[in-house]
Design a protein around this ligand. Structure first.
Ligand code: F6P
Length: 491
């Protein structure tokens, strides 16, 4: 691994729970670095490209204390977590309390005071590390729900900083959020930022509503007036705040995107186009190839879509000789009980459908529980006829945008859940309610039968949207909101 001396402080600092590369043990006892999964990394890596910046995060393994290191112009500052902290901060409070609560309680959130204590402790460690590496007046960009207390902790230590926070997952309606025993502390933590960004307008208005109902702060959408000496009141309705000294916090939607040009370039490369043809051949040249690409997560609606597909085979709307469903499910959060149960459920369902409808030379569903390379994923996007993205709730879902970016041939149909943030922009997809299995079956059938002309017209429209709103635009609009161009010029 290339490494150069890490500068002491930097004026652009990203803070995320996980570094974009995970340290895996290598044979020689050293670390092997592999790209970590998920949308956050896909979105932020291009933002960092060519920028001299710091990235503060957990390196993906417990109980190792790694020295800072540099790769190209990014300087990485690993934050160590113990096995107990992983269990209570990451698997516990982040992924068994906040994750289900923020995703509409698809599974029951658990509230444990010990987890909350560890969440605070770990957030403080991230804040301390960021405070150490940020130069005077630096821009610090905190990412996601695992670190919601960091903005306020940072502001307390380093009032000179410009602090942005971006929330990659949904922010729930107040009736759900209000269940959280520490809701006031979380809101107070977020309001330490200058700008709190969300995927959808509804997420931003849910947060403003939560602030209004807990703290009674005055606001003029999207700005919230936060008293300079704000402390989190206890969890009961506070009287309206009349403090004369306030600071303004913007709470607004900034829908995330990806590096559309680079996806399009890779997807149209000779190697990927060749591999896409091979994939179809390997699958027995089906008339229709359906594709699902997800982390194996209960929010993604994998079970719903496979159930719909199985029923279509059962009813004869689709024939296993003609159609194949390729489902890639990358391993995720396997230390959490609900994720292990989900894996069992999905694998049982796949086994049942393949048992009933598969053939000697081809199963009805090709299911891969593994991480595949970016090239192979692109080839899958290019090879398929129907991309099926049916989360029950999802902040954005960059798979949908990546599929559209990859289809430079203007072919293929997208079936997309209305509960994914991407549905706000990709309205030429076939929009579905994934809970409505009959509706889902109709959409899958319509997508499989869609004429080339209709595919082209829908795809052209969707491509225009993603090309215009790519990751550069997202990053620039967010950064400009934190440090408006006039302020940048004056500095
Ligand atoms: O979408 C939320 C998120 O936490 C992203 O930040 C991340 O890319 C993905 O889920 C996977 O997260 P984890 O670190 O839990 O594997």
């Amino acid at each position: 691994m290339a490494s150069s001396k890490t500068p002491e402080t930097l004026d652009f600092v990203v803070v995320s729970n996980r570094l974009p590369i995970d340290a895996k043990p290598a044979k020689n006892g050293a670390e092997k670095w592999v790209t970590s999964p998920g949308g956050l990394v896909a979105a932020l890596q291009p933002v960092m490209k060519g920028r001299t910046a710091a990235w503060v995060g957990w390196p993906g393994r417990v109980d190792i204390d790694l020295e800072p290191f540099s790769l190209a112009s990014t300087h990485y500052f690993p934050v160590a977590l113990s096995a107990v902290e992983l269990e209570e901060h990451y698997e516990g409070f982040s992924n068994s309390t906040l994750w289900p609560l923020y995703h509409d309680v698809i599974v029951q959130p658990e509230f444990h005071r010990t987890w909350w204590e560890t969440y605070k402790k770990v957030n403080q460690r991230f804040a301390d590390r960021a405070a150490e590496v940020a130069a005077e007046g630096a821009f610090v960009w905190v990412q996601d729900y695992q670190l919601q207390l960091v903005p306020q902790m940072l502001r307390k230590k380093r009032p000179d900083l410009q602090i942005g926070y971006f929330h990659h997952i949904p922010f729930p309606a107040y009736e759900l959020f209000a269940q959280l025993p520490w809701r006031a502390d979380i809101l107070h933590g977020l309001l330490g930022a200058d700008v709190v960004g969300f995927q959808r307008k509804t997420d931003a208005s849910n947060m403003r509503e939560a602030v209004r109902r807990n703290f009674g702060y005055s606001m003029q959408k999207p700005m919230v007036r936060v008293p300079l000496r704000a402390t989190p009141p206890r969890n009961r309705k506070a009287p309206p705040v009349t403090a004369s000294k306030t600071r303004e916090v913007m709470v607004e939607a900034f829908p995330i995107s990806l590096d559309v040009q680079s996806s399009a370039k890779l997807a149209s490369s000779d190697a990927v186009v060749k591999r896409a043809k091979e994939i179809r051949k390997e699958l027995g040249s089906p008339k229709t190839m359906f594709l699902g690409v997800d982390r194996l997560d209960y929010t993604k609606g994998i079970r719903h879509r496979l159930k719909a597909f199985g029923e279509m085979l059962q009813e004869g709307t689709l024939k296993a000789e003609d159609a194949v469903f390729v489902q890639l499910a990358s391993p995720s959060r396997e230390g959490v009980e609900q994720y292990r149960e989900l894996r069992d459920d999905i694998e049982q369902l796949v086994g049942r459908i393949n048992g009933d409808f598969g053939h000697l030379n081809r199963p009805a569903i090709v299911y891969l529980h593994q991480n595949i390379s970016r090239e192979e994923m692109m080839a899958m996007y290019v090879a398929c006829d129907v991309m099926v993205v049916t989360p029950l709730r999802d902040g954005m879902n960059l798979v949908a945008k990546e599929f559209v970016s990859a289809r430079t041939d203007h072919r293929g149909a997208l079936v997309l859940s209305e509960f994914a943030g991407a549905a706000d922009e990709l309205d030429e997809a076939l929009i579905v309610n994934p809970h409505d299995i009959d509706g889902l079956k109709e959409a899958l059938a319509d997508a499989a039968a869609m004429s080339a002309a209709e595919q082209k017209s829908r795809m052209e429209h969707m491509r225009k949207v993603v090309v215009e709103n790519d990751i550069k635009r997202w990053a620039t609009s967010f950064i400009d909101a934190v440090k408006p161009p006039e302020r940048k010029r004056r500095r």
